[in-house]
Design a protein around this ligand. Structure first.
Ligand code: ADP
Ligand code: MG
Length: 633
């Protein structure tokens, strides 16, 4: 093809792709414009996850009659006059690109009236083509209606996910802005139903309560102070959760820089880092952190959707956030409690990945027969953890120190280099360090005893077997549940009193959209209005469990996958249930219990890994032992 200059419409559509990725991005731009226009009340309505219709109404200043059409031209902005302005931007918008972009990929109607004028204006644009402009009567403020987004851009349309997923993105962005602008009342409607509203009281805590529910927010503590607590020209404020209210992924760390929500892996890591030794591996804090810096300290013009920023001094930003969060935590945690790895047999369930979560490297070495050096054994932390697990009577402080030590010896699994890696528990079974020559089936084993109330020691034809009782039990339950499912015999138990469970507003849609799937596995859950769900039945094995905690874990799991295959999701939930219900490490087992467990394990199809793919056992061959004792070369 010869070189040609692209047509204006095509250029506009290509550019639009950078700003408008999905319905949530339209809402983000519209909300920013409303905030820049000084609105106190912003109302967002969507239908079909924003594909069919998005309407954002504000009570801001409105647009002058003479500028109503101009606002839709490319690079038309009232917020930036000269190049110098770029270095101290105080508004959320500045490029004058959003309206033009959105109008080029949708059918857009703008109704607006400036506060100083008596007549309003109605402008219509259809996929970049100006249709009409007329005078109308209305209150001051602006209403933008966007219909059939991407209808003429099939490539984009195809890229959109399910209505549920798009709704999730919308809920996420609206709740984030509601947190950052607590003095503004945000109302969100999906398909005619109100799903979220902040009250506009000016208090971030009130917004948190709307999102997470009052009981969760009781476990959140204030960080810094608004406009004070300045550290090196930066101020940090917000809320962060006490370690007890942790979360299975990082999605609940929300960050703002100068009132803009940003995705900044480093800053998120600063928050995680502040919890060093306070959370188990694989668990993450819930936090809302607002960082204010002088406008010239940060470049907001590095990302088309303005989702990323660049700091002049990134180190200071990192340490300001970390210090503020850490300080708040230490103030509220005078006497550290031992983490749940110390919990007694029948006590609180321990954290899912706590017992074996960061033991991968040591395990690999041990399995491949190179774990003769002390370092390798220390790296294989399970010993150390198992040992600490045996000391349930330690005082909180003492236990604390032990964990601190254990963490130093072990490779720091929460370090920056690994922070973006999926945690070990997310790994696919195929990538796991299981010795390739191992036969899948287990030979009959003779039980010798229990070690550290966590491991069963057994002997088999190939030598010594150390079985992780928790992981083994998980495997057994998983296979039993999946078999029962396939035979259509999954047993569900009705709860005497249905349990109401509050789910964070921005996650509720996940649960809502998966109720049928959960029903198949044995959960009977009804939507009970707003963000509350009523749990009526659970899989029989779970009847004694903490239902609220279990449902929240499942929701966190659901969030991890973007519309995954039905079957994967089902298996994932079953795995989660099994993990919760398995015998915890730290429980003394009677000989007969160990025998039953090992028999059941022998009967499994894949006895050597737990459903999450971690090894259930370490096997040390006789030859390997002989070599370690220097008997053979
Ligand atoms: P930017 O926000 O970067 O200036 P936009 O394309 O988003 O660019 O908006 C263009 C202009 O239209 C803004 O600068 C503002 O003057 C005007 N505008 C857009 N939305 C509103 C609104 N809701 N209320 C008042 N003015 C608005
Ligand atoms: Mg804008």
């Amino acid at each position: 093809m010869p070189i040609q200059i692209l047509s204006e419409t095509l250029v506009a559509r290509i550019a639009a792709g950078e700003v408008v990725e999905r319905p949530a991005s339209v809402i983000k731009e519209m909300m920013e414009n409303a905030i820049d226009a000084g609105a106190h009340d912003i109302r967002i309505e969507c239908s079909e996850g924003g594909r069919r219709l998005i309407r954002v109404t504000d009570d801001g200043s409105g647009i002058h009659k003479s500028e109503a059409v101009l606002a839709f031209a490319h690079h038309a902005t009232s917020k930036l006059q000269s190049v110098d302005d770029l270095s101290h931007i105080m508004t959320l918008g500045f490029r004058g690109e959003a309206l033009a972009s959105i109008a080029s990929v949708s059918t857009l109607t703008c109704s607006t009236r400036h506060v100083d004028e008596t007549v309003g204006t109605l402008v219509r644009i259809d996929n970049g083509k100006f249709i009409s402009e007329e005078s109308i009567g209305r209150n001051p403020g602006t209403t933008m209606t966007v219909e059939h987004l991407f209808a003429r851009v099939p490539a984009r349309l195809k890229f959109l996910k399910s209505t549920q997923t798009e709704r999730g993105h919308i809920d996420g962005i609206v709740t984030r802005y509601a947190l950052a602008y607590p003095h503004i009342r945000f109302t969100l409607h999906h398909d005619g139903r109100r799903t979220f509203q902040s009250l506009g009281t000016g208090n971030m805590r009130d917004v948190l309560i709307e999102i997470y529910g009052a009981s969760s927010v009781e476990q959140m503590i204030p960080v810094g102070e608004e406009k004070t607590g300045v550290m090196g020209g930066m101020s940090v404020h917000g809320y962060t959760a006490l370690p007890a209210l942790d979360h299975g992924n990082r999605n609940k760390i929300t960050l703002f820089v100068n009132g803009r929500p940003v995705q900044d892996v480093k800053l998120a890591y600063a928050v995680v880092r502040a919890y060093h030794t306070l959370l188990m591996t694989g668990r993450y804090p819930i936090a809302v952190i607002m960082l204010q810096v002088a406008p010239e300290e940060v470049d907001v013009n590095v990302h088309p959707a303005k989702a990323e920023v660049r700091f002049r001094d990134a180190e200071s930003a990192f340490s300001a956030v970390m210090r503020a969060v850490r300080t708040a935590l230490l103030e509220h945690l005078p006497a550290p409690e031992p983490p749940s790895v110390f919990s007694l047999p029948t006590g609180v369930p321990s954290h899912p990945s706590g017992t074996t979560g960061d033991s991968s490297s040591g395990m690999t070495e041990l399995l491949s027969g190179t774990a003769t050096e002390a370092g390798a054994v220390n790296g294989g932390n399970p010993m150390l953890r198992a040992w600490t697990g045996q000391q349930p009577t330690l005082s909180g402080a003492e236990a604390w120190e032990r964990i601190g030590i254990a963490r130093h010896v072990a490779p720091d699994a929460t370090g920056p280099s690994t922070s973006d890696q999926p945690s070990y528990s997310d790994a696919e079974p195929s990538t796991l360090p299981v010795k390739p020559t191992m036969r899948a089936q287990l030979p009959a084993l003779r039980i010798l005893g229990q070690l550290a109330t966590s491991f069963i020691i057994a002997e088999g034809p190939e030598g010594l077997y150390l079985i992780d009782q928790h992981a083994a039990h998980e495997r057994i339950m998983y296979e039993k549940m999946m078999t029962a499912r396939e035979l259509g015999a999954a047993t569900s138990q009705r709860l005497l009193d249905p349990v109401p469970v509050d789910i964070p507003a921005d996650s509720a849609y996940q649960l809502h959209g998966n109720l049928d799937l959960l029903r198949e596995i044995g959960f009977d859950i009804d939507h009970f209005g707003a963000n509350t769900f009523l749990v009526r039945s659970v899989p029989a094995v779970m009847a004694q469990d903490d239902i609220t905690a279990a449902i929240r874990e499942i929701v966190a799991d659901l969030e991890m996958g973007d519309a995954p295959l039905h079957k994967d999701m089902e298996a994932r939930i079953v795995r989660r249930v099994c993990k919760r219900m398995s015998i915890k490490a730290g429980r003394v087992l009677a000989y007969s219990e160990m025998q039953a467990l090992v028999r059941d394990l022998e009967a499994c199809d894949s006895p050597r890994t737990c459903p999450h793919g971690r090894p259930t056992m370490i096997q040390i061959g006789v030859t390997q032992l002989e070599r370690a004792f220097g008997r053979v070369g």
